[in-house]
Design a protein around this ligand. Structure first.
Ligand SMILES: [Zn+2]
Length: 225
């Protein structure tokens, strides 16, 4: 089955997709997904995304993209999958600790994209992660995706799950990057991620207008859709 394991809803400060729209698009394409808003899980509480996905019979892996902050400095962002409740921005050690308590799994989004809060200590701490993105459709520079791909091939092949994701902030971007996983249930997804048994599928790149819309969303100049 195909999954988009990194996407944002209107509950992210810079995104426009309504939870209902996300579910509709995933349903139409038979994709599973993880909704990974920035530093909150309001789509799960206020946005009722779990209920919407369940009703539509779409597989949803609960997630969040969390800022790592150490000594007052932003060290980057990481993603936690299978989260039960929100984790606030904090140190890597504390996020890891909380993730373990919740039986959640960590993933590294856009590992080398210095322009988009990549987690700088990923090469040092890669053993704490089950997956890493080797294709993020929102990468500003193609070579930064290639760098992630090369790093995976050279250092982490067969020890971490490679992901392709859209990192969609608008509905039109959903599915721009996908991951093939031999799984149809949450537990199977967990098992395959832990085995590193996934395949990244690049499909399209987010264009300039998509990045522009995140800026407009930040200023509340565009309505969610
Ligand atoms: Zn993101």
């Amino acid at each position: 089955m195909l999954f988009d394991l990194h996407l944002h809803s209107r509950y992210s400060i810079d995104a426009l997709s309504k939870p209902s729209t996300i579910v509709k698009i995933c349903k139409k394409n038979s994709w599973g997904f993880s909704l990974t808003d920035h530093n909150n899980m309001n789509a799960y509480t206020k946005g009722k995304i779990k209920e919407l996905a369940k009703k539509a019979k779409v597989l949803l892996i609960p997630g969040e993209e969390i800022k790592v902050v150490e000594n007052g400095k932003v060290k980057g962002e990481i993603i936690a999958y299978f989260l039960k409740k929100e984790i606030e921005p904090t140190s890597f050690a504390e996020i890891l600790d909380e993730a373990k308590k919740q039986d959640a799994l960590l993933s590294c989004p856009h590992p080398f994209e210095w322009s988009r809060k990549n987690y700088k200590d990923f090469p040092k701490n890669h053993k704490k992660f089950v997956s890493m993105e080797i294709y993020n459709a929102r990468a500003y520079y193609r070579k930064l995706n290639l760098k992630a791909f090369d790093y995976y091939e050279e250092n982490l092949k067969n020890s971490i799950a490679p992901l392709g994701v859209s990192d969609a902030h608008t509905p039109e971007e959903i599915g721009n990057g996908l991951t093939k996983i031999e799984a149809t249930t949450l537990e199977e997804v967990r098992k395959e991620l832990k085995k590193g048994n996934t395949k990244a599928i690049p499909r399209a790149k987010a264009g300039f207008s998509r990045h522009l819309q995140t800026q407009l969303a930040r200023r509340h100049w565009m309505d969610p859709r």
